[in-house]
Design a protein around this ligand. Sequence first.
Ligand SMILES: [Zn+2]
Length: 146
Amino acid sequence: MNCLSCTNNELIDELPPRELVGADELWRASHAYDTALPGWLILVPRRHVTAIHDLTDEEAAALGSWQVRLSRALREVTGCAKTYIVQFAEQEGFAHVHFHVVPRMPDQPDDLRSYRIFGLLGAPPERAVSEADRDALALALRERLG
Ligand SMILES: [Zn+2]
């Protein structure tokens, strides 16, 4: 099976900070690799699950805590006004359930708010947040997560 989330879950002990903002036995958070927005996080179950209804009760209970803890950490680190949380898992090769946890900045232009925030994903390399910046953000977020 070719699944980036599963591949990284299996390599959890060797991942750079940007791929391991936080984790427990059920969930792992990383920084999105192709976004122009610093702090755009991805939260994935440690198991290959392709629909929310297939999460266990235990995974579901931990999910709420992860979403709120990541949102609090993003607010402290990025100064965002709020976070957006979105889940589709529809793109070819990305069926593994993944929640986008996205900081909405106070000065976010109107044309990049709400669902239009996805204009900041799929960024070309020259506009994407660099590996070094993603690692630095991940380490700062880790500290807030405790
Ligand atoms: Zn998977």
